[in-house]
Every structure is written in structure tokens, then in C-alpha cells.
Design a protein around this ligand. Structure first.
Ligand SMILES: Cc1cc2nc3c(=O)[nH]c(=O)nc-3n(C[C@H](O)[C@H](O)[C@H](O)COP(=O)(O)O)c2cc1C
Length: 188
């Protein structure tokens, strides 16, 4: 059931060591996203694939993971196997807020495609675009909007229903809990 895939596709912040991610798989995720809807069908998004060890290490250092938990994520040795950096190509269109919707649609499409392959990952919006551009040698006009990290998940994430808080939390076994609002609460 499609809903099960959506529920399985959580934000994972620890990945199995030694599991590589081929360039072909990253390309396949992009090949799925390119069929997604796009505002006025301008399709200004471009994708920078990051899979080589040195580049992965440098990019990771520019990202922030669940800072409010106060623990090191991903843990040492459990880093993502690859990344897709979603960029806006200003040679195709000026940046407008509506294209951020394209970014979200493309991102979730890739996360679901990854989940179908038993991969997992995390969307990362907390980074300084200029630092990521410099790190990856992105040419002028290709502006990073969102980073997707991928790997084989190595942690347990549990969906719960919102009671008193929406903030995610962990228990003493490092199980990660994500409260979601109930259906009755979100339907107007
Ligand atoms: C646009 C966007 C940006 C995000 N940026 C970060 C980030 O920089 N670091 C991080 O650890 N998680 C980030 N997340 C993941 C959220 O924290 C996560 O989606 C939320 O806690 C709910 O968990 P779930 O994805 O398992 O439902 C981001 C998610 C979205 C949609």
C-alpha cells in the first residue's frame, strides 16, 4: 500500500557502515523525480550527486542534524553513503517562492523512491548555501536549496500521535520518536 511506503520513509540520521551507494542509484532517484510536477513546467531544478568519499566528508561537515537532540548525528562511522543536492538553475528561471514547492515535490519523490529500494535518508535544509557551493565547486547561478542524504538506515524511528508536543525525541535505547498530528486535528 502506498501509505505504508510514506510511513516507512522517515528521516534517518544513522546509516549502516560499509553500504555504498552507486552513482547509478543516485541517477535513478533523479530520473524518477524528473517526472514530478513542476510550476509552469519550467523545471529549473538541477541535481548535484555526491558519492565520492572526500566530497561526502566535506559536505557532511557543512550540515546540521537534529541539533535539538544534543547528540552527534550521524554517529561516527554511520555517515550517509551519498547525497543529492537540489539546486535552482537561475539560467532557466529567476528564483521565486513557487519553485521551492518544486524542490519539496522532487525531494519527497526521491525519498519515496529510495524507501522503495530499502534505502533511507534525511532532507537537510540547515546549511549555508555559499559554503555548499564552494565545497562542491558549483558554478555561479546554480544555487543549492536542499540536500538529501541517503544510505541504509541503521536506527529505529517510530511514528507516534501528538499529545502534548510535536518535537521529536529519543529514548534511552536511542529509538527516535516522531509525533504526528491526528487526522481529526488536521482536517478543517
Ligand atoms: C525542508 C526540510 C528541511 C529539513 N532540514 C533538516 C536538517 O537540516 N537537519 C535535520 O536533521 N533534519 C531536517 N529535516 C528533517 C525533519 O526534522 C523531519 O522531517 C521531522 O523531524 C519529521 O520526521 P520525519 O521526516 O521522520 O517525519 C528537514 C525536513 C524538511 C522537510
Amino acid at each position: 500500500m502506498f501509505k505504508d511506503l510514506v510511513k516507512k520513509s522517515r528521516s534517518y540520521r544513522s546509516f549502516q557502515p560499509g553500504k555504498t551507494l552507486s552513482l547509478e542509484v543516485l541517477r535513478e532517484l533523479c530520473d524518477t523525480a524528473r517526472f514530478a510536477p513542476a510550476a509552469t513546467n519550467l523545471q529549473p531544478l538541477k541535481y548535484r550527486l555526491v558519492y565520492k568519499e572526500e566530497e561526502r566528508k566535506n559536505l557532511l561537515a557543512l550540515t546540521y542534524w537534529a541539533g535539538s537532540l544534543g547528540i552527534k548525528l550521524p554517529p561516527d562511522g554511520h555517515e550517509p553513503a551519498g547525497y543529492i543536492v537540489i539546486c535552482h538553475d537561475t539560467s532557466l528561471s529567476v528564483e521565486k517562492p513557487i519553485f521551492l514547492m518544486d524542490v519539496g515535490i522532487a525531494a519527497q519523490t526521491m525519498m519515496l523512491a529510495a524507501a522503495e529500494r530499502r534505502l533511507g535518508g534525511c532532507m537537510l535544509g540547515a546549511f549555508k548555501p555559499e559554503d555548499v557551493s564552494a565545497c562542491l565547486g558549483l558554478p555561479e547561478g546554480l544555487n543549492p536549496k536542499l540536500i538529501l542524504a541517503f544510505g541504509t538506515p541503521d536506527e529505529t524511528v517510530v511514528l507516534t500521535e501528538v499529545k502534548d508536543r510535536v518535537k521529536y525525541y529519543r529514548d534511552e535505547h536511542n529509538v527516535h520518536y516522531v509525533p504526528k498530528r491526528s487526522l481529526d486535528e488536521i482536517i478543517l
